[in-house]
Design a protein around this ligand. Structure first.
Ligand code: PLP
Length: 403
């Protein structure tokens, strides 16, 4: 077989479909977020980033960077091992205690990323619970889907955010087997929010445990940044809450929080937890400082919500097709992969605005979109520039406007 030709042809196919991924080569500027330097084909240029998941700009927060500097000076660069073999640093232990306390759970377990936490925890639970069936929301993130697949457990997919369909699927399943319902709170591409309370009602009636991905909600919702379940006062109803330290907390890492027995079980059996070097101490220290700060401080969350509401209002006023969203995420429908990339190329090349196009398979075909993530650090001037640029591009490309 001619391997080189195979790879080249596959890539040519992706390009023809308009869904070949091009990574923007960025140099983030501490103290200047959301500004960055773009290293592009035409040289270096300043850009405003409108698609970062560093939702609150915590990646440049002085308390976070100071904690990381201090931890490097105290402990050095890496953790030096897996958690089991010399790589449990005191910062890991402190961070796990903080995360358990944040969510009001007995215990927490750190992973190298949110992806790994979903993949490893769901894979372990679903493969080892006796005769398990996983009930998975149809819009669940790739990391959950991969964890469930890896477990080889039976799987039933329920309609997105639909407790009645979940109820039907649970009713149809074998009453003797164990059941696990996996879903998210804030869905990051549409910005809609799950009916957590109703899903827990249904799960409880069928004796199912619940696994909630709060990746796009931790730090952002709830009086201490514990997510939507905390905001709604129902964190105790959810068996497992999973989160990331890489988005609103601005650093890196993932975690689950649950009962002491459950986390001990995952700690003991999850290959993706045990057989990998633990996070560097400085990462854990930075994440700890970020979580601790956002537990006390409400101002970032308030400003974040205000910025998101203002941006939605201004885009709608300009007649741009904003997809209604119940959260801080602001999607704009383009509906075609080639046009979607053309819009973002123009934003970057002509306006110095960086937005990554979101195409299949991240979203269904025909719903290709821009996904804007306003932060407390996006100014009115930044919004003026963005709305003006999008209006001009929509006009020039004759794109579909709001109904
Ligand atoms: C980003 C994301 C993850 C993975 O988290 P990382 O820390 O980035 O690996 C998990 N779930 C959802 C819904 C996500 O969007």
């Amino acid at each position: 077989m001619n391997f080189e030709r195979f790879f080249a042809e596959e890539m040519a196919g992706l390009k023809a479909e308009g869904r070949y991924r091009v990574f923007a080569d960025l140099e983030r500027k501490k103290g200047d977020f959301p500004k960055a330097t773009h290293h592009g084909p035409a040289g270096q240029r300043p850009v405003t980033v409108w698609c970062s998941n560093d939702y609150l700009g915590m990646g440049q927060h002085p308390a976070v960077t100071a904690a990381m500097h201090e931890a490097i000076d105290r402990c050095g660069a890496g953790a030096g091992g897996t958690r089991n073999i010399s790589g449990t640093n005191h910062y890991h232990v402190l961070l796990e205690q903080e995360l358990a306390s944040l969510h009001g759970k007995e215990s927490a377990l750190l992973f190298t990323s949110g992806y790994v936490s979903n993949w490893a925890a769901l894979g372990t639970l679903a493969s080892r619970l006796p005769d398990c069936t996983v009930f998975s929301d149809s819009m669940n993130h790739a990391s959950m889907i991969e964890g469930i697949r890896q477990s080889r457990a039976k799987k039933a997919i329920f309609r997105h955010n639909d407790p009645e369909d979940l109820d039907r699927k649970l009713t149809e399943s074998d009453p003797a087997g164990s059941k696990l319902v996996a879903f998210e709170s804030v869905y990051s591409m549409d910005g809609d929010i799950a009916p957590i309370d109703e899903i827990c009602d249904v799960a409880e009636r069928h004796g199912a445990m619940t696994y909630l991905d709060e990746v796009h909600a931790v730090g952002l919702y709830g009086e201490q940044g514990g997510g939507i379940a905390q905001r709604d006062g129902i964190a105790d109803r959810v068996t497992v809450i999973e989160g990331t330290l890489g988005k609103a907390f601005g650093v890196m890492g993932g975690y689950i929080t649950a009962s002491a027995n459950l986390t001990d079980f995952v700690r003991s059996f999850a290959s993706g937890f045990i057989f990998t070097t633990s996070l560097p101490p400085a990462i854990a220290a930075g994440a700890l400082a970020s979580v601790a700060h956002l537990r006390r401080s409400q101002s970032e969350r308030n400003a974040h919500q205000e910025r998101a509401a203002t941006l939605k209002r201004r885009l709608e006023a300009a007649g741009l097709p904003v997809i209604p969203s119940a959260s801080h995420i602001v999607p704009i429908l383009v509906g075609d992969p080639v046009a979607c990339r053309a819009v973002t190329d123009r934003l970057m090349d002509d306006y110095g605005i960086y937005v990554q196009p979101i195409n299949y398979p991240t979203v269904p075909r025909g719903t290709e979109r821009l996904r804007l993530t306003p932060s407390p650090l996006h100014s009115d001037d930044d919004m003026d520039s963005l709305v003006k640029a999008l209006s001009e591009i929509w006009q020039a490309m004759d794109l579909r406007r709001a109904a």
